[in-house]
Design a protein around this ligand. Sequence first.
Ligand SMILES: *Cc1c(COP(=O)(O)O)cnc(C)c1O
Length: 467
Amino acid sequence: MRQKLLAEIPKMDVLLGKEEAAGAAARWGRGSVADALRSVTGKIRREILAGERDEIPAADDILREALRSLEGGCTPALRPVINGTGVILHTNLGRAPLSLRALEAVRDAASHYTDLEYDLTRGGRNSRQAHISKLLRLLCGAEDAIAVNNNAAAIFLSLSALARGKEVLISRGELAEIGGSFRIPEICGESGAVLREVGSTNCTRISDYRRALGENTGAVLKVHAGNYRVEGYTEAAGAAELAALSREAGIPFLYDLGSGVFAGLERYGVDEPRIPEVLREGADLVTFSADKLLGGAQAGIIAGKAELVGKMKHHPLYRVLRVDKMTLAAVEATLEEYRDPSGAVQNIPTLAMIAEPEEVLREKAERLLGMLREADPSGRLLLSAEPCSDRTGGGTAPLTDLPGYAVTVRVAVPSGNIKDETELEAALRNARYPLVSFLRQERLWISVRTLLDGDSERIAEDFRALL
Ligand SMILES: *Cc1c(COP(=O)(O)O)cnc(C)c1O
């Protein structure tokens, strides 16, 4: 029986002889088409041998499946997505979109030779960090600063360069998991530093740190609670007292700010530590991401005492973790925006989204609502504009709700491909312009805060195509 079924699988020359196969071979090459066909027939063969299959699909169906996989393999995996979640720094969606100025800087750096490591005044070698160090010195009052691949790398390099083989004091309330496999205790272990926990989950006082100080203490590390909060009866040692204690003990005080901001987001309810202030309070080094509330490209900044930053620059890991010219261009251009704080809020998309007034969001939602109604002339959907609650995301201000607006959708007349909101959500995710929205209260929600220029038109076009 199995032998008979196996013999019925269409032969390769029959499959390749089909007209559609010839068309596909002209596009992708005969070898790729044959490989795709073999992968489909191979799967059928395995299913027969495992007793999971008792009939053979038609040759045309086999061909169609092979061509589908070929086409799927050619869709770029990294493509623009519309963020309808209302989460501004959505890590799965690539965090911060860049400002125009940063985009132009990236394009210029990528398409030309640059003075990346060249001093045009003197004519000779220079540090690739010179550009952004200068800006960071100005913006946060640090003696020196460098950028590495991301903030995880910044912490890793700091601990490796300053505390290998020595104890690092960290509060038990700050032994956080930042995401994926990145946990403070583990990164500490990997760097060669020895984690010395102090205090308790909810309360760690300066006296706890003082008691843990010893011969082999290499550093004090404070980690900002980026993606969680300890609430209720809590106490934590502040930056100023940790700085004083570290100075007394002659060891560096590192403060991982996670996101960190330069200034001025508290009026929107976003209360994250301010970088210049933490340095003024005496932190020897701060580390923060460049693609969180800063609104730039993926990078981690280490800023602070020149002597300590110097140790990083000369550490072998620095070369492993160094950033490329496109990232440097994007981060530098983003930092340039901050020299004019009101310009920064207008021009850096992350800040502009945070600062968007509720009234403007309501108008934006009503405009999208009108466009979607037009795309649904027969009224298959129940559409409305409603208040919603947005977030900064990306491990920042975890408790802050930003009052926003969304278009909500209900499927009123179920039909073929779209029977309910769950199917609509999936269809929009797989549409020409993939839209990431969310389901709540049996409705599909598209928050307008995170829609960029032209997104409303794209969403309307996909609705029209689906309906
Ligand atoms: C986000 C975050 C990190 C990791 O930053 P990446 O740039 O994502 O590597 C580290 N520490 C804190 C407190 C964070 O919030």
